[in-house]
Design a protein around this ligand. Structure first.
Ligand SMILES: Nc1nc2c(ncn2[C@@H]2O[C@H](COP(=O)(O)OP(=O)(O)OP(=O)(O)O)[C@@H](O)[C@H]2O)c(=O)[nH]1
Ligand SMILES: [Mg+2]
Length: 234
C-alpha cells in the first residue's frame, strides 16, 4: 500500500495531560477533538488518548495527548503511563487553590520518571471563574512554560499547544497556523486584557533557577522569604 501520511512519525510526540481531578483535563481534550464542552464532571476511568495534528509555520507535528484520571480511585497514574513521554501539560484550576498547590508534586513525579529536561506547560484552566489573585509564583526554568486558558469561554486554547510545539521542534518563532474553531458557552467570557496582564505578571515575578539552589546574598534570602507567601508552581 502506498500510504504517505503528511507528517512523519518522527514528529509524533506523546504528551501527558496531568493534574488533579476536576481541573478540566478531559474537557480540554474533548474540546480540541470534538468542539463540545460538557458541564458535567465525568471522572476519567483509566486512560483516554487522542492525537492532535498541528500545522505550524515550520512543519506539521502530532501531539498524542494522554488523558489519565487525576484521582487515584479511578485508576490514577501508573508509572508505565509516563514511559516515552516527550512533553506534558500540567493543568490546575484557577479557582481552586489546592489544585495549584499540587502542581509542584506533579512536576516532581514527572521529573523523577522522565528526567528534568522534558518540555512542560503549566496551564491554569477556568479563567472564566474568579481566579485567585497573586499567590502564584513560578520558578523559571528553561523547559517550563506558563499559560492560562478557559475551556468554557474557549479562550487561549491554542497557547499550551504552541508553547509545547516551540520546545519540541526548537523554533522560538513557531506559531500554529490553523486551529479548531471552538465556540464559547453562551454568556461565558473572560476579560482578555486583564487575564493577559495577570499572566505577564506571573511570568515576570518568576524566580530564577539560582534562587532554588539557595544563594547566600540578601536579595535571594528576601525572595525566598517572599516565596513562602505564595504557592510555588514548580
Ligand atoms: N467554569 C469552567 N468549568 C470548566 C472549565 N473546564 C472544565 N470545566 C468543568 O470542570 C469539571 C471537570 O472537568 P473534567 O474535564 O472532567 O476534569 P478532569 O480533570 O478530566 O477530571 P478527572 O478525569 O477526574 O481527573 C466539569 O464539570 C467541567 O464542565 C472551564 O474552563 N471553566
Ligand atoms: Mg478526566
Amino acid at each position: 500500500m502506498n500510504y504517505k501520511p503528511n507528517w512523519s512519525s518522527q514528529y509524533t510526540y506523546k504528551c501527558l495531560l496531568l493534574g488533579n481531578t476536576r481541573v478540566g483535563k478531559s474537557t480540554f481534550m474533548r474540546l480540541l477533538s470534538t468542539g463540545n464542552f460538557t458541564e458535567e464532571h465525568l471522572p476519567t476511568k483509566g486512560l483516554m488518548v487522542h492525537t492532535l495534528l498541528l500545522e505550524t509555520n515550520y512543519q506539521p507535528l502530532a501531539l498524542q495527548l494522554w488523558d489519565v484520571a487525576g484521582d487515584c480511585q479511578h485508576g490514577g497514574l501508573h508509572n508505565g503511563y509516563y514511559f516515552h513521554a516527550r512533553c506534558a501539560i500540567i493543568m490546575f484550576d484557577l479557582s481552586e487553590i489546592s489544585s495549584a498547590a499540587s502542581v509542584a508534586e506533579w512536576v516532581r513525579e514527572l521529573e523523577a520518571i522522565c528526567g528534568p529536561d522534558l518540555p512542560v506547560v503549566i496551564c491554569g484552566n477556568k479563567a472564566d471563574l474568579n481566579p485567585f489573585p497573586r499567590e502564584l509564583l513560578l520558578r523559571r526554568r528553561g523547559n517550563v512554560n506558563y499559560c492560562e486558558i478557559s475551556c468554557k469561554a474557549a479562550w487561549n486554547l491554542k497557547e499550551p499547544l504552541e508553547l509545547l510545539s516551540r520546545c519540541l521542534l526548537g523554533y522560538s518563532k513557531l506559531h500554529l497556523i490553523s486551529e479548531p474553531i471552538i465556540q464559547p458557552v453562551t454568556g461565558c467570557e473572560v476579560d482578555k486584557q486583564k487575564m493577559e496582564g495577570r499572566v505577564r505578571d506571573i511570568r515576570n515575578r518568576a524566580l530564577v533557577e539560582e534562587d532554588q539552589k539557595g544563594g547566600q546574598d540578601g536579595q535571594n534570602r528576601h525572595q525566598r522569604t517572599k516565596a513562602q507567601q505564595y504557592i510555588v508552581l514548580n
